[in-house]
Every structure is written in C-alpha cells, then in structure tokens.
Design a protein around this ligand. Structure first.
Ligand code: ATP
Length: 588
C-alpha cells in the first residue's frame, strides 16, 4: 500500500541547506514509497558534522554513508517499487512513469555535491563526466576548476575561498574550459589571475575568452628566432643577446636584482612595438604596487599589462596566473604583435602547485613536488615562440624568473627550468654585494639562440668581451697574492677592470643599442684605461652623452645600417679621443 505521509527526524549540528533537505526527502520518498515527507530538524551537538536520520524504526547516518551505499539504497528502493507495482498488475503504469520521469544519463550526472572542502580545494561526488580543466559552478556562484578525477569523485580548485560552500553544496558542470577574457583594452591595466581589474580604473571591455590552457604552436607554425629583443642592459645585450620568441631564464638568489632586470627590459621596450606583460606570482602586494609605480613613472604602462596573484591569494589563483597571462599574450601574438612576458617567479609557482597537489592527495616525489612538475613549466614555456609568416609572424618572448637557495642551480626546479629554456642569466650574490650591478655571472650565463638575433654591429663590438672577462677573472684569482706583476698582466688586469666598470648599470637606466656599441668600441681601444677606476662610469656616461649630442650621425648610422665597419669604428674612436682631449684641457 502506498503510504501518504511520512514524518522523519533529522539530527544535526547545523541546519541542512535546502539542497540537502531536498536530497534527503527524495531519498525517503523513494525508500518508503510515500508522497509527502515532513522533516523534523533536531539540533544535536553530539552528532559532530553530517546528519543522523530517523525514519520509522530505521536510522541512517548520513555523514558516513559512502556514495556506494547511497547508490545501493537507491537501486534497492527502485527495485522494491518496481516489484510492488508489478504485484499490483500495473505494468503499463511502470512504463508510463518511466517515460514521464525519463532524464538522460548525461543530465543526471551534470550535478554533484560537495563531500569535503578546505584550503581552497573541494572534493565532489555525483559528477561523473567532468573533464580535466573544466569549470564547475557552486550553488553560491563560486567557480572552480577540475584538477583531479578519480573513482570516488573529482577534486576541484576554487577560485574564491570566501564563498558559502559547505558539505552537500550543489555543484554544476559548465562543460567549459577555464578561460581568460582578452582584448586590447587590457593594455595599461592591472588585473588579477581571472582577468578582473584591480587598479580601480573600472571594467575592462574584453573581445573574447581564450582558454587558459592552450596547446603550444606546432613546429610547422614556428619560425627561427632572428630579431633581437633589446634589454637595454649592456652585459646582456652584448654577451647573452635575447631574440624575439626566445625563453631566457633569469636565475639567482633572493635580492640579487632579478626583478630589476626584467623591469629594465620592460622599460627599454618603449617605442619598440613590443607589448609587455608582467605576471607576479605569490609576490607581496607592496612589491607589485612599487613595480606598477615605476612603470607609470617611466611611461611604460601604456604598453604593459600587469597580471597579479599576491602571496595572500589562494594557491589556485597563484597556479593559474601564468597560464592566464600567457593566454593574453597569445591573443596579441596571433594578431602579429611581439609580446614580452615576465613570470616572476616560477619557483613560487611550483610551490603553489605542490600545495594543490598535496591537498588533492597526489603522491609527493622529489622535494615533495608531484611527478608532473616538469610538465607544469614545460607546457607553459613552450607556448612562447615566434610564429611563421603564414601565422602572422607574432612572437612571445618569455623571461621566467627562478629563485635559487644559496646559489644552488642544481636543485630540482632550477634544473628543470634551465633545461626547458633557451639560456639563462645567472645573477650572483657575491657580485651584487661587491657592487657589481647587475650582478651577471658571465661564466654561468648563456644564451643558446639569441646569437642569431644579434645585430652585426653588436656582434663585432662585443666580439672579444667574454674572453677578455674570462681572462680577467682567471688572472685576478692568480694574482691576488702576487706583488710583482709584469707589464702585460698589469695591462690585462686594468683592461678587465674597465670592462667590469662599464658593465655596471644603475636601475631604470636602459642603454640605447648605439651607446652600448660605442662604449664597447671605446673601451676596446683602451681610451678609458688611464681613468681612475671609481671615475670610469662617470667618464663613460658623460662621453656618451657628448657623442650623442655632438656626433649624432654616429649613433644614427649604427641604427640605420646595423653594422660597424672599420671606417665607422675609426670615427667613433677619433671622436672619443677628441672628447678625452677636450676633457684634459677643461680639467687643466
Ligand atoms: N643595477 C642595480 N643597481 C642598483 N641597485 C639595484 C640594481 N639592481 C637591483 N638593485 C636593488 O637590489 C634590490 C633587489 O632587487 P630586486 O628586487 O630586483 O631583486 P630580486 O632578486 O628580484 O629580489 P627578490 O628575491 O625579493 O624577488 C632592490 O632594492 C633594487 O633596488
């Protein structure tokens, strides 16, 4: 006999949400074949999370019932109901009811319920067809991204941890991959990892959504790196040139000037038709604010976008920030533009990913990182490339930053990223504290593809620089205890010292390529060897300013021809000699 009304008691610590109450009522209706269920709520602190349900003489511990048990109950209830109806002889009504209540399997499985939640990670049961990277929406509007799929349910990272999500909260699939809004209006703005503006300048009009995870361009769609991307930093442009489409790692201990190199490179792109994107990953908000101020002060915000996830953000946002920023970069690249993207820094990105993986219960590997931490960065950095002419010829140049501990470049994450990138700029604490800034270690730095992108003029001017510096370092080591040095050694040491002084560069003062070339030519001609060491930088700066003023044709010729023939070289040397001569006169 079909029962009309059923009254059940639910003991719990906190009242169930309406979704949870509906779920329990549906269960009772099916189990006891009744039309109306009245649920009496008894608040009982002894229940400790979850619900205890009393219906007739039966008791159900809702909190500990596994999904398997719930399913078994549902199947049993359905079978009992079918048998009862068969006994009544109403087979036709069974079929009718089945047709009326028909729902496709797919629709049934679009909705699930939160099983556990904490630290920005939720596990969800009931959704059976979710895709990796798919966005799911919680009842309160919070969004999350599927990161883990296993037999018992799915693991989701939340993009907002302030929501009202609890055990039993309903979750729906969207069948959409996580995306980033993109468009030209993002230029000059500071946005979070989801593309929301955080600079107080109002909404940003986006033109489309691009998937956060996009496959890297194929081999056929790429072109070799041949166009230089000038950093404006003499030590880098002369010895470790970077080309558009290259990935050059900036690596060093903390506080060795890593961010400063990236920032100076962004400042140097002014008027060079290159869009810059700076991604801050788990940085202090004050650091990012200072950086944005510097960019504004130097009029660099017009062509720059800052994508930021601060140290206070959930690991999910820190994890997604570089991928989302790369989607923005790809939007511009596919329009044929050149983009420079700085990831500051990928060590913290790996740590955020490690946190997520451990919370999702994945097995820890070396240094507790998950097994796929190499893939984490390789799939990100492979998206930087130079596209072929058929694909529009745009490019993304990546400057990932990695922080080392005590100069150890052989640690897990540094070696991974070194092997993924096309070279590295290694910054050394010792040099930094000696005052040699930027503290580029010439011996350990390398650029594997940028040589092809260097202009002929720069190649000629910097020809012997690396060897001269290597000889200087070696000689300095050997001669530190020697008192009596021969003339040649003294000369080589003095020349090395001039070069080291030349490579020093103050913050936010990127150097024009022609100035760099003229400085190298002048040093190579030994025109600075008689200057006291502590005045070399000053003399060089004044001389270059004078040359730009009085002999503007020299810089112009370097820029237009991109070459440095003997005649031009002689003219630079002659002009420098004139300056030094006039300098002596003015001093005396
Ligand atoms: N070329 C330079 N000349 C003078 N000072 C510099 C130079 N480069 C960096 N600095 C100073 O060194 C400090 C550290 O620089 P920066 O923040 O770039 O280092 P970092 O390695 O990115 O630091 P962190 O490890 O905190 O990310 C800053 O105060 C900066 O002003």
């Amino acid at each position: 006999m079909k029962q009309e009304n059923l009254t059940a008691t639910l003991r719990c610590v906190t009242r169930p949400t309406s979704a949870q109450a509906d779920k329990i009522k549906t269960f009772l209706k099916e189990k006891y074949d009744c039309t109306n269920v009245t649920l009496k709520i008894e608040l009982d602190p002894s229940v400790r999370g979850g619900f205890i349900l009393h219906a007739g003489n039966d008791e159900y511990d809702w909190s500990t019932r596994s999904r398997q048990e719930q399913l078994t109950d549902q199947i049993k209830a359905a079978r009992d109901k079918a048998l009862r109806m068969k006994k009544d002889g109403s087979l036709m009504s069974i079929l009718k009811e089945a047709i009326e209540q028909f729902q496709t399997q797919a629709t049934q499985n679009e909705v699930g319920y939160v099983e556990t939640i904490g630290d920005g990670i939720a596990t969800i049961s009931g959704i059976e067809h979710a895709m990796y990277g798919e966005v799911v929406v919680f009842e309160d509007g919070t969004k999350g991204m599927v990161q883990d799929i296993n037999d018992d349910g799915i693991g989701v990272i939340l993009f907002d941890t302030d929501g009202l999500i609890g055990q039993g909260t309903k979750v729906s699939r969207t069948k959409l991959q996580a995306g980033m809004p993109v468009g030209p209006d993002f230029l000059g703005r500071v946005v979070d990892a989801l593309g929301n503006p955080i600079d107080g300048l109002g909404q940003i009009e986006s033109v489309e959504m691009r998937p956060v995870e996009e496959p890297a361009p194929s081999i056929i769609d790429r072109k070799p790196v041949t166009t230089p991307l000038e950093t404006g930093i003499l030590s880098i442009d002369s010895m470790f040139p970077i080309g558009r489409g290259q990935r050059e790692l900036i690596i060093g201990d903390r506080q060795t000037g890593k961010t400063s190199i990236a920032l100076d490179t962004i400042l140097n792109q002014k008027g060079k038709d290159c869009i810059c994107i700076y991604v801050s990953i788990a940085q202090k908000a004050s650091t990012v604010a200072n950086l944005v101020n510097t960019l504004k002060k130097n009029d660099a915000m017009d062509y720059t976008i800052v994508v930021t996830s601060t140290a206070a953000d959930a690991p999910s946002l820190q994890y997604i920030a570089p991928y989302a920023a790369t989607s923005l970069a790809e939007y511009f690249m596919h329009q044929g533009k050149d983009v420079l993207i700085v990831y500051d820094d990928l060590s913290k990105h790996a740590v955020a990913y490690r946190t997520i993986s451990l919370l999702l219960g994945r097995s820890p590997g070396r240094e507790a990182y998950p097994g796929d931490v190499f893939y984490l960065h390789s799939r990100l950095l492979e998206r930087s490339s130079r596209l072929s002419d058929e694909k529009g010829g745009g490019s993304i140049t990546a400057l990932p930053i990695i922080e080392t501990q005590d100069g150890d470049v052989s640690a897990y994450i540094p070696t991974n990223v070194i092997s993924i990138t096309d070279g590295q700029i290694f910054l050394e604490s010792d040099l930094f504290f000696e005052g040699q800034r930027p503290a580029v270690n010439v011996g350990l730095s390398v650029s594997r593809v940028g040589g092809a992108a260097q202009t002929k003029a720069m190649k000629k001017a910097s020809g012997s620089l690396r060897i001269d510096l290597a000889q200087y370092r070696e000689m300095k080591e050997f001669t530190q205890f020697a008192s009596d040095l021969d003339e040649t050694t003294k000369r080589q040491l003095a020349h090395g010292q001039v070069l080291m002084e030349l490579l020093k560069q103050p913050l936010n003062h990127p150097m024009d390529q022609a100035d760099q070339i003229m400085a190298l030519v002048i040093a190579d001609a030994n025109l600075l060897s008689d200057v006291p060491v502590d005045q070399i930088k000053e003399v060089e700066t004044n001389m270059l300013a004078w040359l730009d003023r009085e002999h503007a044709d020299l810089a112009r010729e370097i820029h237009t021809t991109g070459t440095l023939d003997d005649n031009l070289k002689d003219r630079i040397i002659q002009a420098a000699k004139d300056y030094r001569g006039s300098e002596h006169v003015s001093h005396s």
